[in-house]
Ligand binder design. Structure first.
Ligand SMILES: NC(=O)c1ccc[n+]([C@@H]2O[C@H](COP(=O)([O-])OP(=O)(O)OC[C@H]3O[C@@H](n4cnc5c(N)ncnc54)[C@H](OP(=O)(O)O)[C@@H]3O)[C@@H](O)[C@H]2O)c1
Length: 329
């Protein structure tokens, strides 16, 4: 494993973290025993950065991680998001996700479910347009003073929001979708992170599995798979996107690697402050992903990948319309 300083913390974290979303059923059923074995294998292989959220599986993800790291709390950096409140029915994002009261109660609940005394980083999943960012970050800063949280992060925040928030309290990380087919962070977010000494956590680095080549037809594999609602997986966009993945697979084969590994190597070839957090729930996928650390891409390789995935190459938005309203705020 390779390590880099995470934000301006002085703490060395593994360049590849482990995203735990799919362990709580985001993309269909998961098996707790294999998920825990995957977390243990990750730790054995030197991973010390876990990404989770209070809302994944309605608290299941925190309980699972708590179980997996029992007796080993000091070996792991828990980057925990707050999740957002959703309206019943259409599941649209409700107002009030970023109020001081809600952030405090989510923190308390997270600590309880994880069975730990502090979160290494507490990260607001989405900026709440109804609460000034200064107020939300100020509330988490009070949790830092109380020792319940060590560092503060934001997710899907625009560069200007990151700067405003940093004026209230230093931030450790910005989490943003970043992959070969989603390069929005190249519009100023990456630069803001460099300026402010923040880690840029690349979430969905495998395009929710699409870029890894595991999606072989439009829509989702099962009813309980959220990707069925993502435009890029739809009937309308599937073939165009799949064609790019076919080219990526040919490129990967030439490099004696897999499409998933090239996605990760491509991110690692960027600045040292980029930390991909691929999600997986099996040791097989984990091992494959961690082996990507050995792959070195040349300037020619990077140029070729740019030709396969020029900016805005993906067909379809990354989220349905309701979700798009809540990103990059
Ligand atoms: N801030 C946010 O709004 C936000 C949003 C989404 C995600 N996240 C975080 O980012 C993490 C990563 O994103 P993600 O999990 O949504 O998407 P992702 O990492 O792009 O892709 C995950 C999918 O790829 C599959 N996969 C993983 N490794 C593979 C491999 N080597 N070969 C083939 N398939 C492979 C996984 O299958 P298995 O699960 O079956 O292994 C899963 O279906 C999440 O776990 C979560 O912690 C944050």
């Amino acid at each position: 494993m390779q390590y880099r300083e995470f934000g301006g913390t002085g703490i060395q974290l593994s360049r590849i973290g482990l995203g735990c979303f799919s362990m709580s059923g985001a993309y269909g059923a998961a098996d707790d025993a294999e998920s825990i074995a995957t977390i243990h294998r990750a730790m054995e292989r030197g991973v010390n950065l876990l990404d989770t959220s209070a809302r994944y599986g309605g608290g299941h993800n925190h309980q699972l991680i708590g179980e997996a790291i029992k007796g080993r709390r000091d070996q792991i950096f828990i980057h925990s998001k707050t999740g957002t409140i959703r309206n019943k029915g259409d599941r649209s994002v409700a107002e009030g996700s970023g109020t001081p009261d809600r952030l405090r109660s989510i923190c308390e609940q997270s600590l309880k479910n994880l069975g730990v005394d502090y979160l290494d980083a507490m990260c607001q999943s989405r900026v709440d347009p109804t609460v000034p960012i200064e107020e939300s970050v100020g509330a988490v800063a009070r949790l830092v003073e109380e020792g319940k949280v060590r560092f503060i992060g934001l997710s899907e925040a625009a560069p200007e929001t990151v700067r405003r928030a940093s004026a209230v309290h230093s931030l450790v990380s910005l989490q943003f979708e970043y992959s070969l087919w989603t390069r929005d962070v190249e519009q100023g977010h990456r630069q803001a992170c460099e300026e402010l000494e923040m880690a840029l956590m690349a979430y969905a680095p495998l395009g929710y599995g699409f870029l890894a080549g595991v999606v072989d037809r439009a829509g989702a594999q099962s009813e309980d798979d959220i990707r069925g609602k993502f435009p890029r997986f739809s009937e309308e966009n599937f073939e165009t996107n799949r064609e790019k993945v076919t080219q990526l697979e040919s490129f990967a084969a030439e490099k004696q690697s897999t499409a998933a590994q090239i996605c990760l190597a491509w991110l690692l070839a960027h600045n040292d402050n980029v930390f991909p957090i691929p999600g997986c729930k099996s040791r097989k996928h984990l091992d494959e992903n961690l082996d990507a650390i050995e792959i070195v891409l040349t300037e020619d390789d990077l140029a070729r990948l740019d030709r396969i995935f020029p900016k805005d190459a993906a067909s379809g938005d990354r989220y349905p319309p309701g979700g798009m309203k809540r990103v990059n705020l």
